[in-house]
Design a protein around this ligand. Structure first.
Ligand SMILES: [Zn+2]
Length: 267
């Protein structure tokens, strides 16, 4: 049978495997190799593809990820929905460790990343104002509430270049702007999914407070080991939330917001 999938999951820091049953398949794309092989499985009558964003064993730093190959790999498999969990730091004291945030907007602070599929013989200008799928956020919100996790239905992610964490002044600036969480990988994954006309859902798992909040109310500094530890503590909840979403994505799902994203963009 030709390899295909309905739903794709891009696993973040601390999430390198998802299903027990299935098979790893080798995938290559016009944009090179994705971060790892893709794990194909069946769940709730759907074909689900899983790809670890940093590769198994966390080998690829955020600025080195081939985001285009990762999205194209899913596109080639026929994926119409991408569920993309990420570990994030909180920029606001009311967004606490272990909370989930369903981001609906972003600020790009990265540089030098390949961030478009349209850099050859065609000029395309997509809107990135709505690259997070609203329908999927609704499904995710229900699933989070069913599981009983503390969830924020929307949020702005600042995407920094990494691999370093933010400086204190940078972090205080992000907080003062009212932005919610900070991460290193949501961009350009989100806009590439939009260019590929695939629904994109981010589930941000808050692993710690960012450095600008350190010192407030006894908040302590972040280390990568700590990020992975908190992510690990919440991984079972995250998996349940994702399975709940997959359960509730209707068969033959189509989305006006995302599946026609290139309409009117010059395509
Ligand atoms: Zn959508």
């Amino acid at each position: 049978m030709k390899n295909r999938a309905d739903i794709g999951i891009i696993g973040g820091s601390g999430l390198y495997e998802f299903f027990d049953k299935g098979e790893w398949i080798h995938v290559d794309t016009d944009y090179g190799k994705p971060s790892d092989q893709v794990f194909l499985s069946n769940y709730a009558g759907k074909r689900v593809a899983f790809l670890p964003r940093h590769g198994r064993g966390h080998k690829i730093a955020p600025h080195k990820i081939n985001y285009r190959a990762n999205i194209q790999a899913f596109k080639d498999l026929g994926v119409g929905v991408i569920i993309a969990p990420t570990a994030v730091g909180s920029l606001q004291s009311h967004i606490k460790r272990g909370d989930f945030v369903l981001c609906d907007d972003f600020v790009d602070r990265t540089w030098g990343r390949e961030n478009t599929f349209f850099d050859k013989d065609k000029v395309i200008h997509i809107s990135s104002a709505d690259c997070y799928c609203d329908s999927l956020r609704d499904l995710a919100l229900s699933s989070c509430r069913d599981i009983g996790v503390n969830v924020h239905p929307s949020g702005v992610a600042v995407v920094v270049q990494g691999p370093r964490f933010s400086g204190a002044a940078e972090s205080r600036w992000f907080t003062s702007m009212g932005w919610d969480v900070v991460n290193m990988t949501q961009y350009p994954e989100n806009v590439l999914a939009r260019e590929a006309e695939i629904c994109y859902l981010n589930i941000s798992l808050v692993t710690d407070y960012d450095v600008g909040l350190i010192g407030e109310k006894g908040i302590e500094a972040v280390s990568f080991d700590e990020v992975v530890k908190v992510f690990g503590e919440n991984i079972e909840k995250l998996k349940k939330v994702i399975l709940g979403i997959i359960d509730n994505v209707p068969d033959g799902y189509s989305c006006d917001q995302c599946h026609d994203a290139l309409k009117g963009a010059g395509a």
